[in-house]
Ligand binder design. Structure first.
Ligand code: NAD
Length: 475
């Protein structure tokens, strides 16, 4: 049954977009019909069509950036970087396809050739999150199309307008009808899509909770590809450094860029005992200076609101729950405007909490843990079921080696933020952060499967051993 879907601008409360939820069965049927022709098209023709799409997005960069900012509340400067990533994704995915899944000759015997080639899975469902509503689904869709799959894309129900913009851009770039299909709706529509027998796999970016539900749903289905990019509870360690200010800047950027709504955001600051006062004071001082405002306001804000009032309420409650369970607030999280999801960064010392919740608080909350030695710091960093990103600020090269070796995460950085990963590299986590199918540069791997062929021009064969003489053979 179709129902109404409304997208509200978080910063202003204005209605941005209205529409209806879609029909999963119809979208999958369209994608299935389009698949044989798209898959059989020469790779160069598919790439040409997708390049027309990236050119079109480049031409409409301002419009898309504005739409992202209005629909998510993120500052316009940040949305522009998201659009850039969308455009660059095509070249990156073409290189990734060539490097990871191209066709090539393998060593073989005389009179034959052995070839490695890759084939698309078929119809893939792409489920997107709201925090990077263009870049992240695009990061599944583009490599899926290059490989020869057709796609049903369900954007987050919180960002349907950006989803529609992308699919519209594909259609207007001359991709054949049915190759990229939009399916609007929330979790119920997502469930109908993933339960459809005619999809060949699901490429998902979102919370661990949903990812685990999908993992269960597909437990008995080795025939379907399932790529899960999920959340984090990421640590940033601050160790010996002669530049406490830069360390604090890296902490603030890691924790509060995008109002903390990045899967790779630092949520736990682990700091050496002797540096605790200086580091926390400087982090607080910088956090106090951050401009939190509407996306287009001047001077430019560092961060905007979180996605909606419900999420802001949940984060406020989580901060209070940390306080009532033994956390000591260093900077209170405030809600400056009633009924708008703006939040000021909250910083809370949880060192003495008896039981710290190992959950992703997807917003501007930084928990601080004070430790005595470096082993304890690493063990605190790993004290999570997630494993997406981790950073060490300061420390020696030997300590970084130790941190790198013992860290359980897919991104391990030194004197750099936990966020801001390059699209030219694989991106994925371990534990509850992913299912060992990293995205970004390695997305090519889950968009196609290898087919190995031994091939000869002529039909020639003989059995050289284990045969009776012809005259002794029984009739
Ligand atoms: P979410 O899990 O609530 O939703 C993601 C998508 O799945 C949405 O399109 C939603 O409608 C759909 N969905 C929800 N329940 C479903 C179900 N049972 N069956 C099928 N589909 C369902 O995530 P979100 O709140 O939109 O996004 C934020 C989360 O995404 C955070 O946890 C963040 O860390 C994570 N994230 C991960 C990455 C990464 O690359 N690892 C990147 C960005 C965001």
């Amino acid at each position: 049954m179709l129902s109404e879907l409304i997208s509200i601008e978080p910063a202003t409360g204005a209605v941005l977009w209205t529409g209806t939820t879609g029909d999963a069965g119809a979208a999958v049927a369209n994608a299935r019909r389009a698949w044989p022709t798209w898959a059989a098209m020469p790779l160069t023709s598919r790439i040409e069509a997708i390049r027309r799409y990236s050119n079109r997005i480049r031409g409409q960069a301002d419009q898309l950036a504005e739409l992202i900012s209005r629909e998510t509340g993120k500052p316009i400067w940040e949305s522009r970087t998201e659009v850039e990533s969308v455009v660059k994704k095509v070249d990156i995915s073409v290189s990734a396809y060539a490097e990871r899944t191209s066709q090539r000759q393998l060593p073989s015997q005389p009179n034959m050739r052995a070839a490695l080639r890759h084939k698309p899975h078929g119809v893939l469902a792409v489920l997107g999150p709201y925090n990077f509503p263009a870049h992240l689904p695009n990061g599944h869709i583009v490599p899926a199309l290059i490989a020869g799959n057709t796609v049903v894309f369900k954007p987050s129900e919180k960002t349907p307008a950006v989803g529609e913009f992308l699919v519209d851009a594909f259609a207007k770039s001359g991709l054949p009808a049915g190759v990229v299909n939009i399916l609007q709706g929330g979790p119920e529509v997502g469930k109908a899509l993933t339960a459809n027998e005619d999809i060949d796999g699901v490429l998902f970016t979102g919370s661990a909770q949903t990812g685990i539900a999908l993992n269960r749903q597909f437990a008995g289905r080795p025939d379907k590809i399932l790529a899960l990019e999920m959340g984090g509870n990421n640590p940033i360690i601050v160790w010996d450094t002669d530049d406490v200010h830069s360390a604090a800047v890296l902490v603030v950027q890691s924790a509060f860029l995008s109002a903390g709504q990045r899967c790779s955001a630092a949520s736990r600051l682990i700091v050496k005992d002797e540096l605790y006062d200086r580091v926390t004071k400087e982090v607080k001082r910088i956090a106090d200076r951050l401009i939190i405002d509407e996306p287009f306001s001047k001077p430019a804000p560092f961060m905007g609101p979180v996605i909606d009032n419900e999420v802001a309420d949940g984060l406020t409650e989580s901060f209070l729950a940390l306080m009532s369970n033994g956390g000591k607030p260093l900077k209170h999280m405030a809600r400056p405007i009633d009924n708008r999801p703006f939040l000021t960064p909250g910083i809370i010392d949880v060192t003495n909490m008896a039981e710290r919740p190992d959950i992703e608080l997807f917003g501007p909350i930084l928990q601080v843990i004070r430790v005595g030695d470096f082993e304890e710091a690493i063990s605190e960093a790993n004290n999570t079921r997630y494993g997406l990103s981790a950073a060490l600020i300061g420390g020696t090269a030997q300590q970084y080696d130790q941190f790198w070796s013992n860290s359980r995460a897919g991104i391990v950085n030194w004197n750099k933020m936990t966020v801001g990963a390059s699209s030219d590299a694989p991106f994925g986590g371990i534990g509850l952060s992913g299912n060992h199918r990293p995205s970004a540069f390695y997305a090519a791997d889950y968009c196609a499967y290898p087919v190995v062929s031994m091939e000869a021009e002529q039909t020639r064969a003989s059995i050289g051993i284990g045969l009776k003489d012809e005259d002794k053979a029984e009739a």
